[in-house]
Write a protein that binds this ligand. Structure first.
Ligand code: ADP
Length: 590
């Protein structure tokens, strides 16, 4: 439960400059918006320089109508162009964020299951919610920096033209500016990264812990959780405080730099005025240019720092985007319905982590058109076996065959759609009961079909008693329904997809015994002649199966029907006895 920040460690994975570029080739970038924004900015620099000339004339007291009107019109134009630049820039930013986020979401959906587990869902949430916003910042900053560098150079040139000597004195300050800005900038960059990391830590923490609210309440561990949450909140607080402090320092260093500049201008400027080398208004006029040069200079440095600050976030997103992906449409077409063909595991070995095999050299047959039950103690690999059938994981060695088709060679999308799957806990999505039952089903879905599936799953009765019947909201993850009700909705949803193969992994665990048996029998009847694989603990369901597989620590202990297993599998006999059955030869009673 504790947040260990493991997901974030993966941020340190390598992401080269080339990958940076590749990332931006994966979705269309609205270049025209950024170019338009840049063009507006460049024009604005020229407009500003034109305004400066009017300002200097006004300073001199040339208060003619044409000067005033020219000044006023250009000032309004300046504001309008600024707005144009901002509108294009902002719109571009939002478009890039939208497209990059879509791209990342699609990538997350296609990550192989091992990657999802390795990266942890909470880290992926942070990636798609927070990190991705930096994708647009990078592009915007590059264009803004071009505009600022252009403005800086143009204003420097005009300033030098206006007064070369005083401009030369300004050059003396350049090393000071570079020194101070580099120092503050570096600190600011670190603070920004820290601030960013803390935002992700907080998102990860809350997404994991808020969804465990029931557990927290049941265990009455609110105090512990408050403490744990405070650590995440506190980290963010400290990062914000440091960052704010750095901002203050930056403003201070800016002001200091500008003030030193003003002092230098005052000192040398007044001397020049005294010597008659400059008109009386010279200092004021010069400051008009100098102010703008300072502004552009600050912009360039800030953009540079922001760009550096985005590196961390973009690294995570970039590495993720470069990583492995499932191609659902790669491979052979799965032959049309093949109900008469068995599922065969041929010497399959598999482990989630290297050197820790969960299934060992497993060979077995799941007969077509029959119901097969798999039993075995916790952790013996039953659920893992079901996931291998659907190609959620691939065996480390050996093969799974669906009739004549090798699971690792057929199109994953086709393969997985052939399977219907009901687990012990099935995710429902916020929305109506109807939408949840229809979720994933293709083609036209009639109310009758939905009600029909619900009846088979013994769900129709309780759904009709809900305040809005089939339109009632199930809540986030189905939180407004009981465990048993959620299960029935999930079974109805599975039936809607009309699968060739049905996998049930402890699907009856949240149902009472009677409902479990009733639903199980109805579903079996409905799916007659189709292959059903059931992982169950209730031996009543197991005994009813046509074929039974007993797993023991990832190996096959025995397989056969009830009668055969009574003779061949000690585990099978032990399970029956544990559930109160008395065994006398082939007779089983309770
Ligand atoms: P069963 O269904 O028989 O209870 P599982 O197939 O769920 O067993 O698990 C088999 C073994 O694999 C267990 O030791 C379990 O800890 C491990 N395991 C299951 N899922 C994962 C996973 N996603 N990552 C790592 N280990 C896992």
């Amino acid at each position: 439960m504790m947040h260990n920040g493991k997901g974030r460690e993966q941020k340190k994975e390598k992401f080269s400059f080339r990958s940076y570029i590749t990332f931006y080739t994966r979705f269309p970038i609205p270049w025209w918006l950024f170019i338009a924004s840049l063009a507006f900015s460049l024009i604005n620099t020229e407009v500003f320089l034109a305004i400066s000339k009017y300002v200097i004339r006004i300073n001199k007291g040339e208060l003619y109508n044409s000067v005033i009107i020219g000044y006023a019109l250009l000032t309004v134009l300046n504001a309008a162009i600024s707005m144009g630049s901002n509108i294009c820039g902002e719109y571009g930013i939002q478009k890039v964020t939208l497209r990059a986020r879509k791209l990342l979401w699609d990538k997350i959906l296609h990550l192989p299951m091992r990657e999802v587990e390795r990266r942890q869902p909470s880290s992926l949430i942070s990636g798609v919610v927070n990190d991705i916003t930096q994708a647009s910042t990078v592009i915007h900053m590059i264009f803004s920096t071009v505009a600022s560098v252009y403005g800086f150079v143009r204003c420097c040139v005009e300033m030098a033209r206006f007064n070369a000597k005083l401009s030369a004195y300004m050059l003396l300050l350049v090393p000071l500016a570079i020194g101070v800005f580099a120092l503050v900038g570096q600190l600011q960059y670190r603070m920004m990264l820290r601030r960013y990391e803390s935002l992700n830590t907080m998102t990860e923490f809350f997404s994991e812990h808020i969804s465990a609210a029931k557990h927290v309440k049941a265990q009455a561990i609110e105090d512990m959780e408050t403490e744990a949450g405070l650590r995440a909140i506190d980290e963010r607080y400290r990062a914000d405080v440091y960052y704010a402090f750095m901002e203050v320092l930056q403003v201070f260093s800016n002001t200091l730099y500008t003030s030193i500049g003003s002092i230098v201008i005052a000192l040398f400027g007044s001397d020049m005025i005294r010597k008659g080398q400059m008109p009386d208004t010279g200092i004021n006029d010069f400051t008009t240019y100098k102010g703008r040069v300072d502004q552009y200079q600050a912009e360039v440095l800030t953009h540079y720092q922001t760009l550096k600050g985005t590196q961390g976030a973009m690294q995570y997103v970039g590495v993720l985007q470069e990583g492995p992906e499932e191609d659902l449409e790669d491979g052979y077409d799965l032959p049309e319905s093949q109900p008469e063909q068995d599922i065969v595991l041929d010497r399959v070995s598999f482990g989630y982590v290297p050197q820790q095999p969960v299934l060992h050299d497993l060979s077995l047959t799941i007969p077509a058109g029959k119901t097969t039950a798999i039993i075995g103690s916790n952790g013996s690999g039953k659920s893992t076996l079901l996931k291998l059938l659907q190609g959620i994981y691939s065996p480390d060695s050996g093969r799974v065959w669906l009739g004549k088709a090798a699971v690792d060679e057929v199109k994953l999308a086709q393969l997985r759609r052939r399977f219907g799957c009901v687990l012990q806990h099935n995710p429902l999505f916020s929305g109506s009961v109807r939408d949840n039952i229809a979720y994933g089903a293709t083609g036209e879905i009639s109310d009758e079909a939905i009600a029909g599936a619900a009846r088979l799953a013994d769900a129709d009765g309780f759904i009709r008693q809900l305040p809005q019947g089939y339109d009632s909201d199930v809540g986030m993850g189905g939180a407004l329904l009981s465990g048993g009700q959620r299960q029935r909705v999930a079974i109805a949803r599975m039936l809607m997809s009309n699968p060739d193969y049905l996998l049930m992994d402890e699907a009856g665990a949240s149902l009472d015994h009677k409902s479990d048996m009733t639903i199980f029998r109805t579903v079996r009847e409905h799916m007659k002649n189709r292959t059903i694989v059931v992982v169950a603990h209730d031996m009543r369901s197991v005994m009813e199966a046509d074929h039974i597989i007993v797993l023991n620590e990832g190996s096959l202990e025995a397989a056969g029907n009830h009668k055969e297993l009574l003779g061949t599998s000690p585990t099978y006999r032990a399970y029956l006895q544990l559930q109160g059955y008395t065994l006398a030869g082939e007779e089983v009673s309770r």
